[in-house]
Design a protein. Structure first.
Length: 240
């Protein structure tokens, strides 16, 4: 860029800023639509890492509290016999799910993780499995714990890279019963609208999965509280 071009570019930039300020004084600040407002707050909440400071009875939970509210509504409505959780971490989510099952007096939890942590909360409804969620050994252990007639819900919250999530979807979708859900967590990453540089992740896995599997649909009603870390991630099974 020549010096003349640089000067013109600088002049146009200044004029543009002046025009924006004048327009705002005369017409008021630009109006944001609902989607933009939600996305801005989403990025603010996520980037502040407040989710990393979310605890349940002193146990780190690491989720958006509004998603926890949706989880309890689903448990109350469906009353699943079994909830399979892939990705335990500190165990806060497993404890939350077990506490909700306590309130409806129904259900049990299988929580799977590759790392052992003896400090995880103990609860009569929770069973921890050690291993990869996609290994044959783990899958066989899960199958052995499924009882005839069980209503099953699945929550995927382990490795968030696309290929791993897609593999989990293909495996665990087979366990989900009609009318229940497979929840794909953190579909918000890779620019949906946070962590734009993550690369293909849960959202991209969902998109590919739904192209090949017509038994599930995205249930947008589960996003009614506007802010969710799982946009397009609440997948309802509509066919056996």
């Amino acid at each position: 860029m020549t010096m003349r071009e640089e000067l013109l570019d600088s002049l146009f930039t200044r004029v543009g800023r002046w025009w924006d300020r004048l327009h705002e004084r005369v017409c008021g600040p630009p109006k944001l639509d609902e989607k933009e407002i939600v996305e801005r707050f989403h990025r603010l909440f996520y980037d502040s890492r407040l989710y990393a400071k979310t605890f349940l009875l002193g146990i780190h939970a690491g989720k958006c509290p509004l998603d926890f509210w949706i989880f309890q509504e689903m448990i109350s409505e469906i009353k699943p016999d079994l909830i399979i959780e892939c990705g335990t971490f500190h165990g806060g989510s497993a404890l939350f799910l077990a506490a909700m099952c306590d309130l409806v007096n129904h259900g049990r939890i299988i929580s799977i993780d590759i790392e052992e942590n003896l400090a995880r909360p103990r609860h009569k409804r929770i069973e921890y499995l050690l291993g990869s969620s996609t290994s044959e050994t783990t899958i066989e252990q899960v199958k052995k714990r499924i009882r005839a007639g069980d209503k099953i819900m699945v929550d995927l919250d382990s490795d968030h890279h696309k290929e791993h999530v897609l593999k989990e979807l293909r495996i665990y979708s087979k366990f989900v019963t009609k009318g229940s859900y497979i929840i794909v967590e953190d579909t918000n990453i890779n620019g949906h609208p946070v962590l734009p540089d993550f690369g293909p992740g849960p959202m991209e896995a969902v998109e590919e999965f739904l192209k090949e599997n017509k038994d599930f649909v995205i249930d947008k009603t589960r996003e009614k509280l506007l802010l969710t870390f799982n946009p397009d991630g609440y997948l309802k099974k509509i066919n056996d």
